[in-house]
Design a protein around this ligand. Structure first.
Ligand SMILES: [Fe+2]
Ligand SMILES: [Fe+2]
Length: 161
């Protein structure tokens, strides 16, 4: 997995936030917009296949809902407060966002389980394969996104213990 090397991230906080929104928030939205209907199609077309990932489209929809609500909170509350310089009141929204990040892990585990770690069966068609590859890429990007926020952005506004 390729990590967003800390050295290549924009230094200034406003520019770092712009980078997160453009490269992660907008990308996740675009990815999920195509992956949810693709998962629905694969589940429908292969409904009689014993290897069909039953519940995958629903799990992806759940992830889309959860991360959309989370990203909207960052974009409307936390990031504007950070752009304004932070302050003591920012500790609570940061801890809420860290808790959301931990919660995403449950859905990610479910997606891994439903796709056998993104491994399509031998006989899988092209759509099925590109669905699993797309989910694997989305989750790699989500992991990088969370790492940049948890390890680079948020600590700038947290008291050092
Ligand atoms: Fe984010
Ligand atoms: Fe986040």
């Amino acid at each position: 997995m390729q990590h967003d090397a800390t050295s290549t991230l924009p230094q200034e906080t406003g520019a770092l936030i712009d980078h997160i929104i453009r490269n992660y928030h907008e990308m996740h939205r675009a990815d999920l917009l195509s992956l949810v209907p693709l998962a629905e199609r694969v589940e429908q077309v292969h409904a009689d296949d014993p290897d069909v990932p039953v519940g995958l489209a629903g799990a992806l929809e759940g992830l889309a809902r959860d991360i959309e609500a989370h990203m909207a909170k960052e974009e409307t509350i936390l990031f504007p407060a950070m752009r304004a310089g932070g302050g003591d009141g920012i500790q609570f929204p940061i801890s809420m966002m860290r808790a959301d990040h931990d919660d995403h892990a449950q859905t990610i585990a479910l997606l891994r389980q439903l796709t056998q770690d993104f491994t399509p069966p031998e006989h899988a068609c092209g759509s099925w394969r590109s669905l699993y590859a797309g989910i694997a890429t989305l989750l790699e990007e989500l992991a990088m996104h969370i790492a940049v926020e948890n390890n680079v952005l948020f600590p700038r506004f947290e008291p050092t213990a």
